[in-house]
Design a protein around this ligand. Structure first.
Ligand code: GAR
Length: 199
């Protein structure tokens, strides 16, 4: 059974989708979430983890020095002996030492069809606002590997959804989120299978 850590900053609906898939879906018997880490102590995702009896840790980004935060994050991930690090609405940059040590083992979900609508400042509703403003005909989530830049790592899975002329950013966000919850567990499975074949 592979061990997943999930890093969050907010509501954690993708975290829930991953947990659900380890219990009753495509990750059942394949992987388990062993730790949920949040930079935001008020993130609802922490409650979700506690309800599932999963270790939930808040590292309060605002009240400690960045180097201390980075060190604590590194130590925690090492201690939990995880196979993959899954960013699910986690809005902080991953320190370089973790990226190096966990090369091709850190995944992120982004709510647009990368390489479009990615980069610094492009997250959450900003992404969907930009998509509507650009009059895009399609959008959809991307799961990709994390490298040292924002949203540039190689793509693991994408899923297109239509964008209609009458859509608000919220309409697009809802349509994309439904697909996020489907493709994130699929992408995790894909990476774990590849990883097993290379061992
Ligand atoms: C998701 O839509 C995710 O794609 C996005 O934040 C949301 C988190 O929702 N991530 C980014 O924009 C990262 N650039 P959740 O907390 O309900 O999973």
């Amino acid at each position: 059974m592979k061990k997943l850590s999930v890093l969050i900053s907010g509501g954690g609906s993708n975290l829930q989708a991953i947990i659900d898939s380890t219990k009753n879906g495509i990750l059942k018997g394949v992987a388990e979430v062993v730790v949920v880490i949040s930079n935001n102590p008020f993130a609802y995702g922490l409650e979700r983890a506690k309800k599932e009896n999963i270790k939930a840790v808040a590292l309060d980004y605002k009240n400690i020095a960045k180097t201390d935060y980075d060190n604590q994050l590194y130590e925690l991930i090492k201690k939990c002996n995880v196979d993959l690090i899954c960013l699910a609405g986690y809005l902080k940059k991953i320190p370089c030492n973790i990226i190096k040590e966990y090369k091709s083992k850190i995944l992120n979900i982004h709510p647009a069809l990368l390489p479009k609508f990615g980069g610094k400042g492009m997250y959450g509703h900003y992404v969907h606002e930009a998509v509507v403003k650009a009059k895009e005909k399609k959008s959809g989530p991307t799961v990709h590997f994390v490298d040292e830049h924002y949203d540039t790592g190689s793509i693991i899975l994408q899923k297109e959804v239509p964008v209609y002329e009458i859509d608000t950013p919220d309409d697009v966000a809802k349509r994309v989120l439904v697909q996020e919850h489907i493709i994130y567990p699929q992408a995790i499975k894909k990476v774990l299978e590849k990883y097993d074949n290379n061992m």
